[in-house]
Design a protein around this ligand. Structure first.
Ligand code: UGA
Length: 430
């Protein structure tokens, strides 16, 4: 099929590359000319495992093209996916300015039937607004459909999540839209959930908020474990074996972050509010998450007594492993707090250091986890990169000033770290 993807961000780019891999012809549109120039040469704007070879293959097979010109992409495509950013307004509400703008441009470029599909995470009832906008700017009499096809990919495993999804959700209003999207997803081995547009939009918000709730739940449990002498890792294991609960997203730590959960939880609270429902549960989920960041700073303070002028070796700043994304990373707030208290920070992250730009000017950026540990009064793990699993704590003991480790992700085995002479402090572990 001939497809256009508007917005070459994380979702758009991975979606486009995967559709091209499936044999479709994809035109990716983005108004960032520098990004498009780079992509044409196969240079990735983000770090995402497995993406680069896919994009390069798409380009060499001539199935994946990049442009800044919306009209030509609209002319050649049967289905147009909107994958642009929906940032957060200060109120927490989603800002749909870019979505509206793109919709207008699509409508103005259309000369015959097109299916316009929203993939960006949007408030319920946005589909209706898209329809009105297209209707307003379209030449009279041209037929079109809108649909919702929310995306559930995770950063760091986006390619696999897209190629092997656990479900595909399409919200449609007409048999024509349903037929086109069913044909597109025919080759995917996943259950297809066909709904109305509002339900599809809600499924996305409901899923992300539920996952954030699960994490906050286990983090609340971690606090109770700390106060009662229990071990949250064991509690999570015991809970997760119940198939009605499941083991995923029961990893206690410094809380959820990233470009999705914080924004989506805020937006969902706002959407519910507009619909006249006070979403108290989700407000509590957000408050528990904020408290996790606070708790980890308090642990460092408790261990060091005076933080000022102490050297803290920090491992990880990305909001989770296998991505260089630091948007809303819990680590940022923790580092800010420690910096404000006068700590000397030495940070290592395998991929995200370059993303810090001008932030944390006083902080030392290190080339390895060992370099970050040199002379440290305390070590602090904030992102559980797999490469940290191989760290040699006996060697680290020789490098640090004081053998203290705060493990914000319960990543290390306390007995291994303890055997090397370190005092270990995790989250919700005795
Ligand atoms: C999330 C969802 O998992 C995707 O399904 C969704 O498509 C995406 O948002 C989106 O809306 O675009 P993502 O933000 O990439 O994906 O990352 P997750 O793997 O969900 O992790 C989110 C945060 O939760 C991270 O900060 C992670 O460290 C934290 N987390 C996750 C925990 O603290 N504990 C866990 O057990 C799992």
């Amino acid at each position: 099929m001939e497809l256009a993807i508007i917005g070459a961000g994380h979702v758009g780019l991975v979606t486009g590359a995967c559709f091209a891999e499936q044999g479709h012809r994809v035109t990716m549109v983005d108004n960032d000319a520098a990004k498009i120039r780079k992509l044409k040469r196969g240079v990735m704007p983000i770090y995402e495992p497995g993406l680069e070879p896919l994009v390069k293959r798409g380009i060499s097979r001539r199935r994946l093209t990049f442009t800044t010109a919306m009209p030509s992409a609209v002319k050649t495509s049967q289905i147009i996916f909107i994958c642009v950013t929906t940032p957060q307004k200060p109120s927490g509400e989603a800002d749909l300015t870019v979505v509206e703008n793109v919709c207008r441009q699509i409508a103005q470029a259309m000369t015959s039937y097109r299916l316009i599909v929203g993939k960006s995470t949007v408030p319920v009832q946005t589909g209706e607004r898209l329809k009105e906008t297209i209707q307003t700017y379209l030449r009279k009499g041209i037929p079109f459909d809108v649909a919702s096809n929310p995306e559930f990919l995770r950063e760091g495993s986006a390619v696999r999540d897209l190629m092997e999804p656990d479900r595909i959700v399409i919200g449609v209003e007409t048999p024509r839209a349903k037929a086109l999207l069913t044909e597109l997803y025919e080759s995917f081995d996943a259950p297809l959930v066909v709904t109305d547009i509002a339900s599809a939009e809600l499924i996305k918000h409901a899923s992300n908020s539920f996952l954030a709730t699960k994490i906050s739940y286990i983090n609340a449990m971690a606090t109770i474990c700390e106060r009662s002498g229990a071990d949250v890792m064991k509690v999570a294991e015991g809970m997760g074996l119940d198939p009605r609960i499941g083991p995923a997203f029961l990893q206690a730590g410094i809380g959820w972050g990233g470009s999705c959960f914080p924004k989506d939880v805020n937006a969902f609270i706002h959407i519910a509010d507009k619909l006249g429902y006070d979403f108290q549960l989700l407000k509590a989920v957000r408050a528990i998450n904020d408290a996790q960041r606070d708790a980890i700073v308090k642990k460092v303070e408790e261990l060091l007594w005076i933080v000022k002028d102490k050297t803290i070796g920090v491992w990880g700043v990305a909001f989770k492993p296998d991505t260089d994304d630091i948007r809303n990373a819990p680590a940022l707030e923790i580092l800010q707090r420690l910096e404000q208290e006068g700590a000397r920070l030495q940070l290592y992250d395998p991929h995200a250091l370059a993303r810090l730009n001008g932030q944390f000017r006083g902080m030392k950026r290190c080339r390895s986890a060992y370099e970050a540990a040199r002379g440290a009064d305390c070590l602090l793990l904030l992102t559980e990169w797999q490469e940290f699993k191989d760290l040699n704590f006996t060697r680290l003991k020789q490098l640090v000033k004081r053998p203290l480790l705060v493990d914000g992700r319960n990543f290390f085995r306390p007995e291994v770290v303890g055997r090397a002479g370190f005092r270990y402090v995790g989250v919700g572990r005795p």
